[in-house]
Design a protein around this ligand. Structure first.
Ligand SMILES: *Cc1c(COP(=O)(O)O)cnc(C)c1O
Length: 483
């Protein structure tokens, strides 16, 4: 294929995209097929000679979309959303076309400088204090790993980088029992070790219990451990739990512990001032992560990290000669020193496009609608004696059980979930709350309207007596509904 043919095929693909979005609403949300079926459609070996683009495109249309889960479907209420706003799709296609690698300022000045400005636009949009800078990573998992590595090195006086961990003191990281598995992964990969991640029990508000945390830190110190940091959570994945940010950050500061706030999903809601009470005190954090690729519509991958002071992270992740170890306001920023990979995508462009095309008004309106519709839907279940709301949360995520008289509610709920997901008009996932099997409803697709949200209840009522577990529908829906 030649670059000179690209224009023609991009027009063709634009036509396809338009058609795809037009008929998305009528498509089953997930393909009905068993593992391995798609693989069987592909040749086992690569072609020796060139094939016409027309054939490649025809095969794409024939086999790929029908084997996809349609994340942009207006009734996708599983996991968390992974929204791709139209302006984001456009921006990503331009980024793809330029094919730039933005590892250094000089390898793409616009990418670096737009990243700086977009992080600041988002800082303002979320109501964070002046002084936070930041960067864009691929995912919250990576961002949290960077924060945990920084906790490690800051505590070890940056000696772990050269000397390794074998002679190091035993560090401790603290997090609530509601934090995402990415925290476990970060602590494992950092060499600190899972056993040194202490999960603190939550209080009745589902926040890390501050007095338990204090006792744990004091105990650890007495036993010769070295506390290094606290990971706090705003809008946990399972049920949307949030820590008491102000109190925990104050405690962390007392012990000079580094703090990282994981607001991967709920951070987007903070563009609405009325939600900021749920992370009150966040301005005291050392590091904050939120994913515009979830709710805000700057599509995957796009995970923003705000940093009160980038220096410890850059000294951890950057390969800097000794004479450059204090960041100078005058020097150019080479963002590869702030993140793990050397190579970087130009992720800021989609933020620029989305924020301009939607405006803060548009984004706030979307979030407010989602939250209001989720509340209205939860009320329907609440008023129905065959259902019960198990958890509610301020950000448009709730969980419920189907509990018809005379039946085991866990079994009945699991059967109902299977029936709903077999049906294909919507897609929901599950989690466990105090040993109860519950269905999660996470309202967030950019394209959904009130009718789509309310249809979840209608679909449940229609299918509630048909549910029976099938092997296929249980595949790939592990109990931890993490995304
Ligand atoms: C989704 C989510 C993550 C993981 O995000 P990735 O970007 O997929 O790594 C971590 N924490 C929370 C609270 C999340 O909601």
């Amino acid at each position: 294929m030649k670059y000179s043919e690209l224009g023609y095929w991009l027009k063709k693909s634009a036509e396809w995209v338009e058609g795809y979005y037009k008929q998305l609403d009528d498509q089953p949300l997930r393909p009905k097929q068993s593992p391995g079926k798609f693989k069987a459609l592909l040749p086992l070996s690569p072609p020796q000679s060139s094939q016409p683009v027309a054939d490649i495109m025809a095969d794409f249309k024939r086999i790929v979309p029908s084997s996809m889960t349609h994340w942009q479907h207006p009734r996708f209420f599983a996991y968390f959303p992974s929204n791709a706003a139209p302006a984001s799709i456009l921006a990503e296609s331009l980024v793809n076309a330029m094919g730039a690698q933005a590892m250094l300022w000089q390898t793409s000045p616009a990418a670096t400088e737009m990243e700086q400005v977009m992080v600041d636009w988002l800082r303002q949009a979320l109501g964070l204090r002046e002084g936070f800078t930041g960067t864009i990573h691929d995912t919250a998992t990576t961002t949290t790993l960077c924060a945990v590595l920084t906790m490690r090195e800051r505590t070890l006086n940056f000696k772990g980088l050269t000397e390794g961990m074998s002679g190091a003191p035993r560090l401790r990281i603290y997090a609530s029992s509601q934090t995402h598995s990415s925290v476990d992964k970060g602590v494992r990969l950092s060499g600190i070790g899972q056993q040194n991640l202490i999960k603190i029990a939550v209080d009745q508000n589902m926040s890390m219990d501050v007095s338990v945390l204090r006792r744990q830190i004091e105990d650890d110190l007495a036993k010769g451990y070295v506390p290094a940091g606290v990971v706090l959570c705003v809008g946990g994945t399972s049920t949307g739990a949030s820590d008491n940010i102000a109190e925990i950050i104050a405690l962390a500061k007392e012990f000079d512990l580094y703090t990282h706030v994981d607001a991967a999903w709920a951070g987007s809601a903070m563009i609405c001032p009325e939600f900021r009470q749920y992370w009150q005190g966040v301005d005291g954090a050392d590091s904050i992560v939120f994913n515009p690729h979830k709710w805000l519509g700057a599509q995957f991958d796009c995970s923003v990290q705000f940093l009160a002071d980038p220096t410890p992270q850059v000294n951890t992740l950057g390969l800097r000669p000794a004479y450059l170890q204090t960041l100078d306001a005058e020097e150019v920023t080479n963002f590869n020193e702030w993140t793990i990979p050397l190579g970087r995508r130009f992720r800021a462009l989609k933020i620029w496009f989305v924020m301009r095309a939607e405006g803060l008004d548009g984004l706030q309106g979307m979030i407010r609608n989602h939250v209001a519709w989720a509340k209205k839907l939860a009320r329907k279940y609440d008023q129905d004696p065959e259902y019960k709301i198990v958890t509610d949360c301020p950000f448009g995520l709730f969980t419920f059980q189907y509990c018809p008289a005379g039946q085991n509610a866990n079994v009945a709920t699991k059967n109902l979930l299977n029936a709903v997901n077999e049906d294909g008009r919507t897609y929901l996932t599950q989690t466990l709350v105090d040993e109860q099997f519950v269905i999660r409803v996470s309202v967030g697709p950019i394209s959904c309207v009130e009718k789509d949200v309310m249809s979840v209840y209608t679909i449940c009522k229609e299918l509630q007596n048909q549910g029976s577990p099938t092997i296929d529908s249980l595949n790939g829906t592990g109990v931890n509904s993490s995304q």
